[in-house]
Ligand binder design. Structure first.
Ligand SMILES: C[S@@+](CC[C@H](N)C(=O)[O-])C[C@H]1O[C@@H](n2cnc3c(N)ncnc32)[C@H](O)[C@@H]1O
Length: 350
């Protein structure tokens, strides 16, 4: 099936809503793929998960949802898959075809250009689905929706998803210096050429910050907010509302809630299970962490608790963006004191 161009052209980009055209165009350029390939935690986790479980891939039909440059498809082919079907809507698929050809995989990997939701695959069912769909705060981009559509359309009964588990975690951080730089900057005419830029404070607060946080800034315990089992979760369940409880691990000042995600791949033997974390305690990944600033500072003492809840749902106008609502109570329990405070914030991850 070797070819110069991907075989089919299932979706006419011009017919997609502008926000979708924009989304897929963001994957056209090689730069974003360079960043993903250079993220060795990400890419080696997929390679290890596939290679340590070669026996699961041997002679199997594999579907790669959103193949990009084709790297995961080539891992699956190296692991012995009989045939890999690789789908991508973005123009990067033309480069994927060249890469697959020069690496000698054209007979075993077939590329399909278009949205997964529209392509016509040559098999009714596949044995394994591989996909790298994770966005900032795990769910930004809503690409998991597409993987769940692929699961329901194509995955055989008992088939495998790589990865198959994902979880979101939170903790509180001390972040005075950075909060000054990102939020209080807008309140400081001295830094703004004598002008009043205070209208910007509100919009700076509303956007969670995606950046790397030093693990030393974490001043509470960690809390697993939600676990997703990709084998069973529905698209509706990706909108969630969960409570949390965090215990201060030292006396300090709290400026923000920190969120990150962990990923697990399946195996039939515990020692071959591959996992990675995008937390501040783990090695850097291009997902970094997500920081939600509070509009006030909490003076916490070791052992005290902060309780709260976080709700996340796709934005109604662009479902790839997320509306996130955070509430907290401090101290979570104990005698009333002058520091008692509650807060409720709306954030918009776009
Ligand atoms: C995060 S990148 C991963 C690329 C590659 N699998 C890798 O690991 O380097 C996601 C890719 O999925 C594609 N994609 C997202 N949604 C898709 C859909 N509904 N149909 C087809 N391709 C999609 C994007 O164009 C992008 O190239």
């Amino acid at each position: 099936m070797g070819s110069e161009q991907p075989e089919t052209y299932a979706t006419d980009k011009k017919t997609l809503p502008f926000s979708e055209q924009h989304y897929f165009s963001s994957y056209d350029h090689f730069g974003i793929h360079e960043e993903m390939l250079k993220d060795r935690v990400r890419t080696l986790s997929y390679r290890n998960a596939i290679m340590k479980n070669k026996h699961l891939f041997k002679d199997k039909i594999v579907l790669d949802v959103g193949c990009g440059t084709g790297v995961l498809s080539m891992f699956a082919a190296q692991a012995g898959a009989k045939h890999v079907l690789a789908v991508d809507m973005s123009n990067i698929i033309e480069m994927a075809q060249k890469v697959i050809d020069v690496n000698g995989f054209s007979e075993r990997i077939t590329l399909f250009r278009g949205k997964l939701e529209d392509v016509k695959l040559p098999y009714d069912k596949v044995d394994i689905i591989i996909s790298e769909w994770m966005g900032y705060f795990l769910l930004y981009e809503s690409m998991l929706d597409t993987v769940l559509v692929a699961r329901d359309m194509y995955l055989k009964e008992g088939g495998l998803l790589f990865p198959d588990k994902a979880s979101i975690h939170v903790a509180m951080i001390e972040d005075e210096e950075y909060k000054n730089d990102k939020i209080h900057f807008w309140e400081d005419p001295m830094q703004l050429y004598g002008f009043d830029y205070s209208p910007f404070v509100k919009i700076a607060m509303v956007e969670p910050l995606v950046d790397t946080v030093d693990n030393g800034a974490v001043v509470t315990s960690h809390y697993k907010l939600i676990d997703f089992d990709l084998n069973t979760v529905t698209i509706e369940q990706l909108a969630f509302h969960r409570t949390f409880r965090l215990k201060a691990t030292r006396d300090d000042r709290v400026h923000a809630l920190l969120a990150w995600f962990d990923i697990d791949f399946p195996s039939d033997t515990p020692e071959n299970v591959v996992s990675f974390s995008t937390g501040a305690h783990a090695t850097y990944t291009h997902w970094k962490q997500t920081v939600f600033y509070l509009d006030r500072v909490l003076d916490v003492k070791k052992g005290e608790e902060i309780s709260g809840s976080l709700a996340s749902r796709p934005n109604e106008f662009n479902n790839r963006d997320l509306d996130i609502e955070l509430e907290f109570n401090f101290p979570a329990s104990g005698p009333d004191d002058s520091r008692r405070t509650t807060g409720k914030y709306n954030y918009f991850l776009r």
